[in-house]
Design a protein around this ligand. Structure first.
Ligand SMILES: *[C@@H]1O[C@H](CO)[C@@H](O)[C@H](O)[C@H]1NC(C)=O
Ligand SMILES: *[C@@H]1O[C@H](CO)[C@@H](O)[C@H](O)[C@H]1NC(C)=O
Ligand SMILES: *[C@@H]1O[C@H](CO)[C@@H](O)[C@H](O)[C@H]1NC(C)=O
Ligand SMILES: *[C@@H]1O[C@H](CO)[C@@H](O)[C@H](O)[C@H]1NC(C)=O
Ligand SMILES: *[C@@H]1O[C@H](CO)[C@@H](O)[C@H](O)[C@H]1NC(C)=O
Ligand SMILES: *[C@@H]1O[C@H](CO)[C@@H](O)[C@H](O)[C@H]1NC(C)=O
Ligand SMILES: *[C@@H]1O[C@H](CO)[C@@H](O)[C@H](O)[C@H]1NC(C)=O
Ligand SMILES: *[C@@H]1O[C@H](CO)[C@@H](O)[C@H](O)[C@H]1NC(C)=O
Ligand SMILES: [Cu+2]
Length: 397
């Protein structure tokens, strides 16, 4: 989501006349499809299959030995998981919330009063590095690695046997509040927040828009996460009491306010397809995606604000497990974009390691380290630029 007003105008890289991938195919543009095909997901599904074909065709050129197209984990949309797997997924998340921290040392603990669980170690790390992982060169790769570590913890620490699911926003544009994700039954991701009536629009200064109230607003009240306590944040929510220090202990319920306005305005199939197909340079693609281009939200901010509540907090948004499914979709769209023109896009990066390059910092290189604080080991940027790189081995369905 757009946060700082300090947006740099990154210049476009060398202009190429044709988009020729290793497979020989030109990456499609939105104009290759009819408006109906773009709006109803036909175009999106077509290019996502194309990206998988390119991935399979190019597997031999990748820096991987043991990970193959066929043995790679296949991440699925949340609603295609069997009910038992969905339950196992949310159970393993509450397990992480109940588990003591595993990385924070006794010496470090006094600096992080709000870190009470393994789950909180993820939230604290995201808070810590907020200005170094958004509107930076490593926005996509950092969040890709972050959700990967979290998935591995669900599996290794909490016995989850499925894959990290993603949330395809476009499937819910008509009425996200009625999505099976938020039905509030035992197999959902927990309910919407309890409805709060008679709220007025809130003016968002950073984005210069009026935010209409959503369909919830209060605490998640049924299904998974209805009884959880979140401990960190908020740091920058409009019309909320924010904490006075980054890692303050601030126990409270998980709030949601599912808001169709954002999904309908920023996350339709048309929005996804245009973002993905009509931005051929990484600097344009990553800016538009995060709302640092002509629109103040983009796919990334649109999904965050659709969740409402904790999901709207720039720093502590991983407090809501929905964050990880939202970022699964962010990563899926990035992965498709990369694979539509692997030769040019797989390792394409642009930007520095500070939000909007403020304060100014050096252009990142693939040899730079991405920090993971209490989450896991720092990793080399270039090893996590590819879903078959580093210790990653997955693709999307
Ligand atoms: C994409 O759509 C075109 C036109 O309908 C079709 O010829 C092509 O096979 C499709 N590609 C994939 C990978 O589905
Ligand atoms: C909402 O506003 C209406 C009309 O002003 C009023 O009748 C109603 O009692 C209000 N509801 C709540 C929960 O405040
Ligand atoms: C939440 O807590 C209430 C009261 O303790 C209990 O009745 C309810 O079953 C709990 N819900 C879940 C989903 O655990
Ligand atoms: C932050 O400090 C203000 C002023 O002392 C106080 O009113 C507010 O409750 C504090 N916020 C939190 C979440 O503790
Ligand atoms: C997103 O797509 C819808 C149509 O589906 C359109 O009305 C809206 O303007 C688009 N939003 C942006 C930011 O381009
Ligand atoms: C990364 O480091 C290696 C070995 O030190 C060097 O050969 C390579 O050019 C560097 N790559 C980048 C992108 O800086
Ligand atoms: C926060 O960042 C500092 C500086 O990089 C680092 O030493 C510390 O471990 C980080 N803490 C977390 C929770 O990420
Ligand atoms: C290939 O992968 C290995 C193991 O992850 C890594 O050490 C090496 O730097 C990678 N090489 C390139 C060219 O990225
Ligand atoms: Cu983030």
């Amino acid at each position: 989501m757009r946060f700082s007003t300090a947006v740099t105008g990154l210049t476009a890289a060398t202009v190429v006349s044709a988009q020729v991938g290793v497979s020989g195919a030109r990456a499609p543009l939105t104009s290759d499809y009819t408006a109906t095909e773009v709006a109803d997901g036909t175009a999106f599904n077509n290019v996502s299959r194309m990206a998988l074909e390119n991935m399979q065709y190019n597997i031999g050129h990748r820096n991987t030995t043991s990970c193959t197209y066929d043995n790679a984990e296949q991440r699925q949309e949340w609603r295609t998981l069997p009910a038992a797997t969905r339950k196992s997924f949310t159970d393993s998340i509450t397990c992480l919330m109940d588990m003591p921290p595993t990385h924070m040392t006794a010496e470090e603990a006094p600096g992080y009063p709000g870190v009470k669980s393994r789950y909180d170690e993820y939230v604290a790390t995201h808070i810590n590095y907020t200005y170094n992982i958004h509107d930076t060169a490593d926005f996509f790769a950092w969040h890709r690695t972050f959700i990967h570590f979290w998935e591995q913890d669900l599996i290794n620490l909490c016995g989850y046997t499925g894959v990290l699911p993603y949330w395809n926003w476009a499937l819910d544009v008509e009425a996200p509040q009625n999505s099976p994700l938020f039905s509030g039954d035992a197999y959902s991701l927990g309910s919407n927040g309890k409805y709060i009536a008679n709220r007025t629009d809130i003016y968002l200064y950073e984005q210069s828009i009026n935010m209409p109230p959503g369909t919830g607003g209060g605490c998640v009240y049924s299904g998974p996460f209805s009884n959880v306590t979140i401990n960190l944040g908020p740091l920058d929510l409009p019309n909320e009491v924010n904490v006075n220090s980054s890692f303050q202990y601030n126990p409270r319920c998980l709030k949601r306010d599912i808001n169709p306005f954002f999904l309908q305005t920023y996350n339709t199939y048309t929005n996804i397809t245009e973002t993905m197909l009509d931005n051929i340079y990484i600097e344009d693609f990553q800016d538009i995606f995060q709302g640092y281009g002509s629109s103040p939200f983009g796919l990334h901010g649109g999904g965050h604000y659709t969740g409402g509540g904790s999901m709207m907090d720039f720093h502590s948004s991983p407090s809501d497990p929905l964050f990880f499914l939202h970022h699964g979709m962010v990563d899926r769209v990035y992965t498709i974009w990369q694979n539509l023109d692997i030769y040019r896009r797989q390792t394409a990066i642009s930007g520095t390691s500070t939000l909007g390059n403020s304060p100014a910092s050096a252009e990142m290189t693939l040899n730079d380290t991405m920090p993971f604080g209490f989450v896991g080991p720092d990793v080399r940027f270039g090893d996590y630029i590819d879903t078959f790189g580093g210790d990653l081995c997955y693709r999307y369905d």
